[in-house]
Design a protein around this ligand. Structure first.
Ligand SMILES: Cc1ncc(COP(=O)(O)O)c(C=O)c1O
Length: 441
């Protein structure tokens, strides 16, 4: 069993940014990664809770007060991360009864609010294109604002809601035009399994009249994920506000909540820019000023932006093989731990730390290390241990690898372990190591 406490202390003090260009893509320095790998077992994920905390606080500070941050649990549902964010008063975006339960547990373990922290706990929003009875009942019991995807959700909520007042809900709307997504993850304005198509909104609103136990009081529009351009996000949000204004006119009562979804992007490659969150915050301020008809709460549901940069995935090379012009590094872990590259075609950033250039963990602040540019590099196809040629976690130019060398994937705190096909071939689940937490377990 890993000695998490001593590892935490040592690795936390070894988390300085890399001296190299890609340093900002890796939550741990090479020295800290080696320390984690040698103290525990590989493959493993290591996450820095101090990074999550800082990102939440930084983002919060750039946003107008009217905007609340609901962490999208699906991006990384790790209990220490949820507890950390709960302690900061975060709202949460849940998509299953399991996520609701995880948030409730996290809130129960979060420290009581202090003078620096909000006095009230954040709230919960609940979304999903195919909500089961268990999901809806759990969301109802937790007091979540449910984002209905169609009249079926309204019908079932009307049946199960027991409170004296009508249950306020949001409708998720799938815009017809005026949205864009740089890489298709949510799916643009084509056919969609999500929400009510914008052109059918009036019909949906009319249909809701049959269910007086449910009150349509808000809107959710989420149209782009991993978007690095603040202007693109803001243009989508402008479209959402326009839909909100039309929805309010149809309803003839005020909306009290507009949820603009997640989608804040993070860089996965050297040279890729960071999302300008200051521009996003300022742009949202302007947009809300232009839309003074709306005075309710605005919610953003970032997942990737908060959790992605907290994590790295560490795995060792098992063998190196040349095959018909391709050099494979076959790793201990593959798509059973990191599936996202295969699904999106986008690799996580990769570094290798070999014993031949391993940094001294006792003097990690000496960042001189080997000069990156002088190292000979080879183009590797990174394969995993599964019995399928689909098991590829990326390609990378790395210094020559040998069995036992450590390979580090950056930005792996979001849509990493949680999105992988863990059970295939029954290899052990990777250990998840949480560093820098403020909450004593
Ligand atoms: C409803 C909903 N909200 C928020 C998110 C989080 O998106 P992101 O990680 O791009 O911020 C997702 C991701 O799929 C989602 O489906």
């Amino acid at each position: 069993m890993t000695d998490i406490v001593s590892m935490t202390t040592a690795a936390q003090s070894a988390t300085a940014a890399q001296a190299s260009d890609d340093g900002h893509l890796f939550a741990l320095s090479d020295a800290a990664a080696v320390l984690v790998a040698e103290t525990g077992t590989t493959p493993c994920f290591a996450y820095r809770l101090d990074v999550a905390r800082q990102r939440f606080v930084d983002l919060r500070m750039t946003l107008p007060e009217q905007v609340h941050l609901a962490y999208a649990v699906k991006s990384n549902p790790g209990p220490p991360l949820l507890a950390e964010l709960a302690g900061l008063g975060a709202w949460f975006d849940c998509a299953s009864a399991g996520e609701v339960a995880a948030v409730q547990t996290a809130r129960a373990s979060a420290p009581a609010p202090t003078s620096q922290q909000p006095a009230t706990r954040g709230r919960m929003v609940f979304a999903g294109p195919a909500k089961s009875e268990a999901d809806l009942r759990a969301a109802l019991a937790a007091g979540a604002r449910i984002q209905v995807d169609g009249i079926e959700d309204v019908e079932r909520l009307a049946q199960w809601h027991t409170g004296p007042d009508p249950l306020p809900v949001n409708v998720r709307v799938h815009p017809l035009t005026g949205i864009s997504e740089t890489a298709s993850i949510i799916g643009g304005s084509g056919p969609s399994a999500f929400g009510v198509d914008e052109e059918e909104l009036a019909q949906f609103v009319a249909g809701c009249q049959a269910y007086p136990q449910v009150r349509l009081s808000g809107l959710q529009v989420f149209s782009a994920s991993n978007e690095l351009d603040a202007a693109t996000l803001l243009a989508n949000h402008r479209t959402a506000m326009g839909i909100g204004q039309r929805l309010q006119a149809m309803l003839r009562h005020d909306l009290d909540l507009i949820d603009l979804g997640g989608g804040l992007g993070i860089p996965y490659a050297v040279g890729s820019p960071d999302l300008d969150i200051v521009a996003l915050g300022a742009g949202l301020g302007d947009l809300l000023e232009e839309n003074a008809w709306f005075t309710g709460h605005v919610v953003l549901e970032p997942g990737r932006w908060l959790s992605g940069p907290t994590g790295v995935y560490l795995t060792r090379v098992v063998r190196v093989k040349q095959s018909r012009g391709t050099t494979f590094a076959v790793l201990e872990g593959g798509i059973n731990h990191l599936l996202r590259p295969l699904m999106t075609g986008q690799s996580f950033p990769v570094r290798a730390v070999t014993p031949r250039q391993e940094p001294a963990t006792t003097d990690w602040t000496d960042a001189s290390g080997p000069a990156e540019d002088d190292r000979e590099r080879t183009a590797y196809t990174l394969a995993g241990p599964l019995c399928t040629s689909l098991d590829r976690v990326g390609t990378a130019e790395l210094e020559p690898l040998e069995p036992g060398d450590l390979v580090i994937f950056g930005q792996a705190g979001a849509y990493g372990f949680t999105q992988a096909m863990t059970n295939f071939l029954s290899h052990p689940a990777p250990e998840q190591v949480w560093l820098g937490g403020s909450i004593t377990p």
